[in-house]
Ligand binder design. Structure first.
Ligand code: NAP
Length: 255
C-alpha cells in the first residue's frame, strides 16, 4: 500500500462500521483502513456496498462488504458472523446509522416517525452491540456516532436531536458494562454536507445561520469526523472511556 501519511495505529485490528457506504461512515472506514485496520463496510443496498468496497480496495485497504439494514436482526447477525468468519476477530465497532424522517416539532410528530427514530437511531445500535459484545477483543472499542444536536435539539431536528441526546447516556451506561476490557466513546459531529443533512444546505439562510454558530467559520468534513473516531479507537485514547467528543468547529456544546 502506498503511504497515506497517516500513522499505522490500527495495524492488525478489525473494524465494523455501519452505514458506511457514503458520508461520515465511508470516510471513517477509509481512515481506519488507511491506519492499518481491516474494515467491514455495510449499508442497505448491495450496489452501494460494492461501490464502497471497490473504492477502498483501490487504496490498498483490506475490506469486506456486507449489506446490512441495521433495523433487521438477521442482517445484524450476519454482519457479525461474516466478519468473524472472514477475519477471526473483532476490535472496533462504529455504530453510525441514523435517520431523520421528519422535521415536525415533537408535539406534532407522528407515532410512525417516532418509532423509526427510536428504532434506527437507538435500538438497532444497542442490538448490534449486544450481538458483537462477546466477540470484541480485549483492548477493543465501540464508538457511537451522535450529533452536536444532541446537546441542544434544534426546532427542525427536535426529536432526532433527542435520540442523539440518548446516545450520550448510552455511552456512559455501555462504557460501564463493557469495562475494563472494551472502551465505549461517542463522537458528536457538527454539520457536514452529506445526503442526510442536504436539506440544511438547500436553504441559504439556514446554512449561514448554522455556519455562524461555529467558531471556525466553516462546516465540518466527513474526514474531520473520521479523524476523531480514529483517535478514539487507537491506543492514543487508551485511558478514555464513557466520553463524548464534540467535533463541531466550536459550536455550543457544554461548559
Ligand atoms: P449519509 O451521508 O446520508 O449516509 C448515510 C449512509 O447510511 C449511507 O451509506 C446509507 O446507505 C446508509 N444507511 C441509511 N439507512 C440505513 C440503515 N437503515 N441501515 C444501514 N445503513 C443505512 O449520512 P451522514 O450524514 O454521514 O450521517 C452519518 C451519521 O452521522 C449519522 O448517525 C448522523 O446522525 C450523524 N451526523 C451527521 C451530521 C451531518 O451533518 N451530516 C451531523 C451530526 C451527526 P444505503 O442507502 O445503501 O443504506
Amino acid at each position: 500500500m502506498a503511504s497515506s501519511g497517516f500513522p499505522r495505529r490500527l495495524n492488525g485490528k478489525v473494524a465494523i462500521i455501519t452505514a458506511s457506504t457514503q458520508g461520515i461512515g465511508f470516510a471513517t472506514a477509509r481512515r481506519l483502513g488507511l491506519e492499518g485496520a481491516s474494515v467491514v463496510v455495510s449499508s442497505r443496498k448491495q450496489n452501494n456496498v460494492d461501490e464502497a468496497v471497490e473504492k477502498l480496495k483501490a487504496e490498498g485497504i483490506t475490506v469486506l462488504g456486507i449489506p446490512c439494514h441495521v433495523g433487521n436482526g438477521e442482517h445484524r447477525r450476519n454482519l457479525i458472523k461474516s466478519t468473524i468468519d472472514r477475519f477471526g476477530r473483532l476490535d472496533i465497532l462504529v455504530s453510525n446509522a441514523a435517520v431523520s424522517p421528519s422535521i415536525d416539532p415533537i408535539l406534532n410528530m407522528s407515532e410512525a416517525a417516532m418509532d423509526k427514530l427510536w428504532d434506527i437511531n437507538i435500538k438497532s445500535g444497542i442490538l448490534l452491540i449486544q450481538e458483537a459484545a462477546s466477540h470484541l477483543a480485549d483492548g477493543g472499542s465501540v464508538i457511537l456516532i451522535s450529533s452536536i444536536a444532541g446537546f441542544n435539539p434544534q426546532r427542525t431536528l427536535a426529536m432526532y436531536g433527542v435520540t442523539k441526546t440518548a446516545l450520550f447516556g448510552l455511552t456512559k451506561a455501555l462504557a460501564a458494562e463493557l469495562a475494563p476490557n472494551v472502551r465505549v466513546n461517542c463522537v458528536a459531529p457538527g454539520f457536514v454536507h452529506t445526503h442526510l443533512s442536504d436539506f440544511i444546505f438547500q436553504h441559504e439562510d439556514t446554512k449561514e445561520e448554522v455556519k455562524s454558530q461555529t467558531l471556525l467559520d466553516r462546516f465540518g468534513s466527513a474526514d474531520d469526523m473520521a479523524a476523531a473516531v480514529a483517535f478514539l479507537v487507537s491506543n492514543d485514547a487508551a485511558y478514555i472511556t464513557g466520553e463524548v467528543l464534540p467535533v463541531s468547529g466550536g459550536m455550543p456544546s457544554r461548559l
